[in-house]
Design a protein around this ligand. Structure first.
Ligand code: SF4
Length: 417
């Protein structure tokens, strides 16, 4: 427990609106899906054969594509791989090849903040749904492997990641996609992470991903507390996930993958206090793992698209404190929080804090490491949690002008010890 004066959340969360309070962050309820749109029925009934790369377009009926033959990949990964044109603000490429399993019936869960959620089958075919603010083109897995296998050592990708979704076939297809990759591409050249779906997984499944060549296993807890988890991805939105099952698989990952080789995703700003999320960060570090942070953004079409994005000052405080806990051996107990659970003291002398801020790494996207250094994520997810005009997670090294903005957002009352 950190030193806290009085940890409560204001009734309306609006006094300074510098954080997203629990009471404000209530998802809307999913509506009923018409029968003819359920389970990807229109895509399966029309059965249009796919032809190569599919770029999402909600004006056509999506072709009938499914894993393991097809996977979706982030817009940034598609541009970097060369299967799609485009440029990204501030970065030449992404360092992580993020893959997503795909099926006409899509993800069977209904997480309130997610663009892939089941309730969206009412208005959009699965392959056309936006996820973390971008489109996900669908590409034959064999084509991806062919491109990267030509020269893995020279690839711009420092890591590949398979994102499982909630689907009865997701374990088997993850094994197939992983094997297809490691049969041709040495994981020493491009290591592989698994972003798991604990709801349908067993301990044996976790072990199998390691045996097939994955080196990091992550669990998308997403919510920082059990109450927020239930409200946003459990029974609150008719979704199947359970906090206890996510922790069971996270602990399996710790046992099987070992220290520094497992982690959890957490979305900041869905109603938790800063103290609550940083307590969770500390718990993960104490277990031997890492936290990968996302700033809440109201994804268009999701059940939380009417809610405010995380204010930048809340996000910056949590980003900075999380970096200190994860990489600078500062403990949450050394930090001090105000009566609303906000960080008011980071627990280290001002000059040390200043040099961490000026180094800028704390404000970059967090995730599994690449080839630069342990605290620089390969998974840079360009603009996955904010627009380029108001960056939350920097997909590039922040420049001087960025750091000036970050300092303004932080407005830190630093103490000299
Ligand atoms: S399980 Fe993952 S992909 Fe499916 S709705 Fe939830 S967050 Fe989205």
């Amino acid at each position: 427990m950190g030193c806290i004066e009085n940890k409560t959340t204001p009734a309306n969360g609006s006094s300074a609106r510098d954080f997203n309070a629990f009471e404000v962050m209530e998802p809307r309820l999913p509506l009923k899906t018409p029968v003819d749109r359920r389970n990807g029925r229109n895509v399966k009934d029309n059965d249009i054969p796919p032809e190569g790369v599919y770029l999402p377009n909600n004006n056509f009926l999506a072709p009938h594509m499914q894993s393991p033959e097809y996977v979706q990949l982030s817009t940034a990964a598609a541009i970097t791989l060369g299967v799609m044109g485009g440029r990204m603000y501030g970065c030449e490429c992404t360092r992580c090849l993020n893959l997503l399993l795909t099926y006409p019936e899509g993800c069977r869960a209904n997480c309130a903040y997610c663009g892939l959620a089941r309730h969206r089958e009412a208005d959009r075919d699965y392959a056309d749904r936006n996820f973390i603010r971008v489109d996900w083109p669908a590409v034959p897995m064999a084509e991806i492997v062919d491109i990267v296998a030509k020269d893995p050592d020279a690839s711009q990708f420092h890591r590949m990641c398979i994102s499982m979704i909630t689907h009865p076939r997701s374990e088997e297809d993850t094994f197939t996609v992983l094997k297809q990759w490691t049969d041709r591409i040495d994981p020493e050249a491009i290591p592989v992470s698994i972003l798991s779906n604990p709801t349908t997984m067993t301990r044996e499944d976790v072990r199998k991903t390691r045996d097939l060549g994955a080196d990091i296993f992550t669990v998308a807890l997403d919510a920082a507390t059990p109450e927020i988890f239930d409200r946003t991805r459990g029974k609150g939105v008719q979704s199947p996930h359970k906090w206890s099952k996510y922790w069971e698989i996270l602990e399996d990952a710790r046992d099987i993958f070992g220290p520094q080789k497992f982690g959890a995703h957490i979305i900041v700003g869905m109603g938790e206090t800063e103290h609550e999320v940083l307590d969770l960060v500390q718990k993960l570090v104490d277990l031997g793992g890492h936290s990968h942070m996302f700033c809440f953004f109201p994804e268009q079409g999701s059940l939380m698209d009417h809610l405010p994005a995380t204010p930048r000052d809340q996000w910056r405080r949590v980003q900075l404190a999380r970096y200190l806990i994860d990489y600078r051996e500062v403990r949450v107990e050394q930090m001090r929080f105000d009566e609303l659970g906000r960080v008011v003291d980071y627990g280290i002398p001002e000059h040390e804090l200043s040099s961490v801020i000026d180094e800028g790494i704390a404000f970059r996207t967090s995730g599994c490491p690449g080839k630069f250094r342990d605290d620089i994520s390969a998974c840079d997810r360009p603009y996955g949690d904010s627009p380029p005009s108001d960056i939350a997670s920097y997909p590039f090294q922040p420049k001087k002008k960025d750091l000036r903005k970050i300092r303004r957002e932080l407005d830190i009352p630093v103490r000299v010890e």
